[in-house]
Write a protein that binds this ligand. Sequence first.
Ligand SMILES: Nc1ncnc2c1ncn2[C@@H]1O[C@H](COP(=O)(O)OP(=O)(O)O)[C@@H](O)[C@H]1O
Ligand code: SF4
Ligand SMILES: [Mg+2]
Length: 341
Amino acid sequence: MSLASAAVSPLPAPLSGTPLLQAESLTVRFEAPDGPFDVVRDVSFAVRPGRTFCLVGESGCGKSMTARALLGLVPEPGRLAGGRILFQGDDLATLPEKSMERVRGRDIGMIFQEPMTSLNPVIRVGDQVAEPLIRHLRLSRKAALAEAAELFRQVGIPAPEMRLRDYPHQLSGGMRQRVMIAMALACKPRLLLADEPTTALDVTIQGQILALLGDLARERGMGLLLITHDLGVVAEMADEVGVMYAGRIVERAPVRELFGEPLHPYTRGLIRSAPTLDTPPSARLDAIPGTVPPPDKLPQGCPFRPRCPDAHARCAEEPPAFILESPGGARESRCWLAETR
Ligand SMILES: Nc1ncnc2c1ncn2[C@@H]1O[C@H](COP(=O)(O)OP(=O)(O)O)[C@@H](O)[C@H]1O
Ligand code: SF4
Ligand SMILES: [Mg+2]
């Protein structure tokens, strides 16, 4: 049976359950002297309670900008030029900044590697974790510190009461990242955004921290939007996956389907070039040739065409608008090949 349908789905249909957050057709645009260009284009996905949605793709594909757009943190001279962000009955795209400040850190927790949310070197970590509890939940300092100790315990920081008094430099990288997670979780957010939260850590710690995030999401019924360039992380963590290329989601699928039968040539290339446990260290991986095009210099037609082993005449003419849907609409692929399946 052909699963192909010519309809362009405006919304990803639910995997199961009502989504916590629904991003619809997000577009992030930058103004430049030569004219505007889009770094995120028509991106739609949903994050469900207790589930993990992974955004994956090479560096420069627009993953971080998508997360920033969700939080109203697109840097100038960029802006959210289109789309809706449905969260708890609101469209975050239209909320005033004052309300967004409440959403960030209280309803939506975030863990980034960037200085924006990294720890303050001159404030004790206990006070840093207590701060959002005092500000957003109006706890007393004493109650907030007690809660901070409890959070430290939950994220696996040994001797939590003693660690509260430490400054960031007194902690290892893994412990600092746990403090960041504790901070992000302090106000019991419904949704956690984690942008490459473990990239700087060694593999063992990385595994522990990711497992912790997955457990917390399931236990608390929290949605997790996890951004990574690492397919190993995706395989380990994701329920659903959006593969991003040149600012677009080019394939979206439940994790098993994505690895079992990747539809988009970019996804297939990523999987071929990812090391697995069985890959001998000496093996040469089948890397995708070429690089991600900059958003202001996209090739005509399909943006992946210059690197695509399956490119054909039509791919140069028009970008694939075609979306393949499985019954229930959980899968889509932006590729002309999908039409002939
Ligand atoms: N402040 C900015 N001004 C203009 N372009 C930017 C800015 N920040 C990021 N970009 C561009 O947006 C694209 C997507 O970046 P990003 O979202 O950081 O990618 P990823 O997180 O997938 O590595 C890249 O081409 C990047 O160069
Ligand atoms: S549309 Fe063409 S160039 Fe683009 S991914 Fe599909 S086959 Fe490759
Ligand atoms: Mg990034």
